[in-house]
Write a protein that binds this ligand. Structure first.
Ligand SMILES: [Zn+2]
Length: 205
């Protein structure tokens, strides 16, 4: 749901790139700092990620790179618009109960296509394919607090942040989150990633 790029790969080209990338990784020639085989072997025995992160599927916001995190460090759920669903809640509960990650992060990003589409649907009644509309329906309640009088760019910025807070609110309403918060063993934070600078801005509670 990002901006179109001039160059578009075919599926076969994309698959070849994935395979080539994996081959580089295995050869120890990855473009990004990578792990020693011993560390991989040790991680194969189990994971202890320190944070669970719900982010957007947008290709421009890869959490491990954004946070310079390695294998086994982040437990990540990515969906367009970083929305909550039953499956996401189940994955988060797994992270809390079994992996016991102490920190939960909802990471939105500026220029989010899903949020933009929800804004267009709300303001102008724009229609989309049914499954996309179902996704956008998860975002619409977040937009209630966005001032329609703001310039479009500011509305968009406010909508991205409101969507992060809306997802956080829904997470906090779950009984398991309330229990874990009461025990003081879980922290939930919201953040917004800025595409142009790569800076993650953590939101005030
Ligand atoms: Zn997005």
């Amino acid at each position: 749901m990002g901006h179109d790029e001039e160059r578009r790969f075919t599926a076969a080209e994309a698959l070849a790139r994935l395979k080539a990338g994996n081959a580089r990784f295995v050869r120890g020639e990855a473009r990004f700092p990578t792990l020693q085989k011993e560390i991989l072997a040790s991680l194969a025995k189990g994971q202890r990620p320190y944070a669970t992160l719900l982010g957007c599927s947008d290709s421009r916001v890869p959490p491990e790179l954004v946070f310079d995190a390695g294998f086994g460090e982040l437990f990540i759920i990515r969906l367009a618009g970083n929305v909550l669903s039953a499956e996401v809640a189940g994955t988060m509960q797994y992270a809390g109960t079994h992996l016991k990650t102490p920190l939960f992060v909802v990471l939105g990003h500026e220029g989010c296509g899903a949020v933009q589409a929800a804004l267009l649907a709300k303001r102008h009644g724009a229609r989309d394919r049914s499954r996309i509309e179902a996704l956008l329906a998860n975002i619409l309640p977040a937009l209630e607090e966005v001032d329609p009088g703001l310039p479009a760019e500011e509305q968009m910025r406010a909508a991205v942040e409101a969507n992060v807070r809306w997802t956080m609110r829904q997470i906090l309403e779950t009984p398991e989150a309330q229990a874990r918060q009461a025990e003081g063993v879980m922290q939930l934070v919201g953040a917004v990633y800025k595409l142009e600078t790569g800076v993650v801005r953590f939101l005030d509670a």
